[in-house]
Write a protein that binds this ligand. Structure first.
Ligand code: ADP
Length: 361
């Protein structure tokens, strides 16, 4: 077995060399004793956090067994051939994003202790093997099922508990406020369930659509109707301020328009603090409709902004807010069909602005 002995200067040179790769030094138990600064960019973990953590934190269950086998062999097998240790496997970032890496292993000795140096190349741009693709797809589906079950179970629990309260007060006088409150809880939960189920149906249908029928509609009226439904069912007391500029009647597919406005506004409310303001504006200018939805909510981490239009993707800063990760992917797919565009500006804990631009024929 080849073990390279290094002195302080050599190890410093090795670990602090400018490189695009992540370098990790692990001990025989797989605990990380050193990581270079690239680890923060690629795995999104702070270096100080990783110190002494087990390397399993950087891999999903299926792939950690491969890495552990290498670590075990490197430290224990007498005739282990390091030239054959290069592996292309899947690793996991802090936000649970799975991506492809190429890892090679080298045994080194420093201050009479043996360490394994793992040199990790980011291969996220490379195409995945069929098996890796299937693994990723399965993982996404499992996350989606768990999000969805939660998304359906929470309103059902609310409906049941509201119905039980109503049953308790059945026929009693003087409890109208409790009864009204619980009837509203049931109505809101049913509305929410309907939205989730509609999203599921939509995502499967959009692909099959080839032509969307357009008709003249009042953009102002549609926006105001949707905003009113949000004001009625808005437990967080968020004010939606709306303004419109330009022509009012436009020719557009109503289903697409309402779906986009609904999703942008429901997200703006969902990811904002109580009593805040959401600004929604529509502009018709020449041959385009532009919509801008601005909130001052939790924001979206910069490195995840490119992913939020992917199906089932939910950003890592989402905590208690329920969701399926489908809404924005539906918007994106609709916009692709009609040559529309969507972009965003967002700062963590400051807020998010979505811009949508749709050509009008
Ligand atoms: P859902 O809200 O059901 O999770 P979406 O597809 O509508 O799904 O949004 C995907 C993700 O984008 C959300 O989970 C959230 O992380 C992020 N997101 C969308 N809109 C906002 C917003 N206005 N503020 C903060 N995060 C947002």
């Amino acid at each position: 077995m080849v073990v390279t002995s290094l002195n302080s200067l050599e190890i410093e040179k090795l670990l602090f060399q400018p490189t695009k790769n992540v370098l990790l030094l692990v001990d025989a138990l797989g605990n990380i004793q050193f990581s270079n600064s690239r680890v923060e960019k690629i795995f999104l973990f702070k270096r100080s956090y990783l110190f002494n953590k087990n390397i399993s934190i950087l891999f999903s269950k299926k792939y950690i067994s491969i890495v552990n086998t290498y670590i075990y062999r490197c430290f224990n097998a007498t005739n282990f051939d390091f030239s054959k240790t290069y592996s292309e496997i899947l690793a996991k970032r802090k936000d649970d994003d799975i991506f492809k890496i190429g890892a090679s292993f080298k045994m080194i000795r420093y201050q009479r202790k043996k360490f394994l140096l793992i040199d990790i190349k980011d291969l996220s741009e490379q195409t995945l093997t069929k098996q890796q693709e299937k693994f990723l797809e399965d993982k996404k589906r499992m996350k989606f099922i768990s999000n969805t079950s939660h998304e359906l179970r929470a309103p059902l629990t609310t409906i049941l508990s509201a119905a039980e309260i109503l049953e308790k007060f059945k026929g009693s006088f003087g409890y109208e406020d409790i009864q009204t409150k619980n009837i509203n809880r049931i109505k809101n939960s049913v509305q929410h369930l309907t939205k989730v189920l509609n999203d599921f149906l939509k995502i499967n249908r959009i692909e099959e659509y080839t032509k969307f029928t357009t008709k003249p509609v009042s953009i102002k009226k549609i926006s105001e109707t949707i905003i009113n439904t949000f004001h009625h069912a808005n437990a967080k007391n968020i004010l939606i301020k709306y303004e419109h500029e330009g022509e009012v009647v436009i020719s557009i597919c109503e289903e697409i328009l309402t779906s986009i406005i609904n999703n942008l506004l429901s997200n703006a409310i969902k990811y904002s603090k109580e009593n805040s303001i959401v600004n929604f504006s529509t502009f018709v200018n020449g041959n385009h409709l532009t919509m801008i939805c601005k909130d001052s909510g939790i924001g979206i981490p910069k490195e995840e902004q490119k992913d939020i239009f992917n199906r089932y993707y939910r950003a890592s800063n989402v905590k208690t807010e329920q969701g399926t990760g489908l809404g924005l992917s539906i918007i994106k797919e609709y916009l692709n069909k009609i040559n529309g565009e969507i972009s965003l500006e967002s700062n963590l804990n400051q807020g998010t602005i979505f811009h949508v631009k749709i050509p009008l024929i």
